[in-house]
Design a protein around this ligand. Structure first.
Ligand SMILES: Nc1ncnc2c1ncn2[C@@H]1O[C@H](COP(=O)(O)OP(=O)(O)OP(=O)(O)O)[C@@H](O)[C@H]1O
Length: 287
């Protein structure tokens, strides 16, 4: 894909771990409103690539820009403030905080990012706001809580009845939902989802696919890693397939599904992920 007009551009991304080149000169470009999925067998380098883009890991070579701004190797926090929100393969929430407070963290991060555009005054304003809590601050807090409640309601009755419960008491699937809710509270320019249905059963997966489909329909820009290929084929505008740290194919779902290099990559690995379909089902589930 041409880099022109890309919202996110990553070029020449490389990460080595000792003798392994986990990500080897990968280019990735995402347009505003696009839904791009990254697939590949276990160990292909997908999560490492996302970790490099979102600042969880530092690249050995390469450059990442968001709307033309260089965000290469910034801290995860700074990258989130720049508008990239992500969820993690094994889910990460603040277990001792309630569902509401987890989501409010996303709202606060967004507001802090907006205020820090006045860098000298930002810390002073924060302290004054916390100490005095004038009426506008109280109104802002109320608005934020209302917004968090709306985001939580995206997940139907899964989270709303548990809004004041600590997230450690929730099921695994619900903790994954909270993670997505927190990411949405950032109002991200790009939402990165790393195996959002891992560990979910069939009906939970279908429900999550529906929610992700709704997010796509809202025009959001989404980057997805997912082993459930039927879901990938149905949701994606474009798919990038990786193997051994390299991009081996890229195109529409129909193009990637029939690409012999992709079929070969899946057939050549003894494992393609606990929940992934067999390689032959690459040809199933046409959008
Ligand atoms: N912190 C690390 N230290 C050493 N090697 C690592 C590290 N992280 C990843 N690797 C290696 O890099 C390669 C790519 O791993 P990565 O987790 O990115 O693959 P993946 O495509 O996301 O796989 P999966 O689908 O199983 O999550 C693998 O060989 C992995 O063992």
């Amino acid at each position: 894909m041409a880099t022109e007009g890309a919202l996110l551009s990553a070029t020449g991304i490389t990460r080595r771990f000792g003798g392994i080149t986990a990500v080897d000169g990968v280019d990735l470009h995402v347009r505003e409103g696009e839904f791009l999925s990254v697939i590949g067998p276990n160990g292909a380098g997908k999560t490492t690539l996302f970790n490099l883009i979102s600042g969880q890991d530092r690249m050995d070579a390469g450059r990442v820009t968001l709307e033309g701004r260089d965000i290469t190797n910034l801290t995860p926090h700074r990258i989130a403030e720049n508008g990239i929100a992500r969820t993690f393969q094994h889910g990460r929430v603040f277990g001792n905080l309630t569902v509401m407070d987890n989501v409010l963290i996303g709202c606060h991060t967004r507001l802090r990012a907006a205020r820090s555009r006045v860098p000298v005054l930002a810390p002073v304003i924060e302290i004054l706001r916390a100490l005095i809590r004038p009426a506008p601050v109280r109104a802002e807090d109320a608005a934020m809580r209302a917004e968090a409640r709306d985001i939580i309601a995206t997940f139907g009755e899964r989270l709303t009845p548990r809004i004041d419960q600590p997230t450690y008491s929730l099921s695994y699937a619900n903790r994954r939902r909270v993670e997505i809710a927190r990411a949405l509270a950032l109002h991200p320019r790009i939402l990165i989802l790393d195996e959002p249905t891992a560990g979910m059963n069939e009906s939970e997966t279908a429900e999550m696919q529906q929610i992700i489909g709704d997010l796509k329909a809202q025009g959001r820009t989404i980057l997805l890693i997912e082993h459930k290929l039927n879901m990938v084929m149905q949701l994606s505008d474009r798919i990038m397939a990786m193997d051994n740290g390299k991009v081996i194919a890229e195109g529409t779902p129909a193009q990637v599904r029939n690409d012999p290099r992709v079929i070969e990559a899946y057939l050549g690995h003894s494992s393609i992920g606990g929940t992934a379909p067999a390689a032959h089902s690459l040809t199933e589930g046409a959008p």
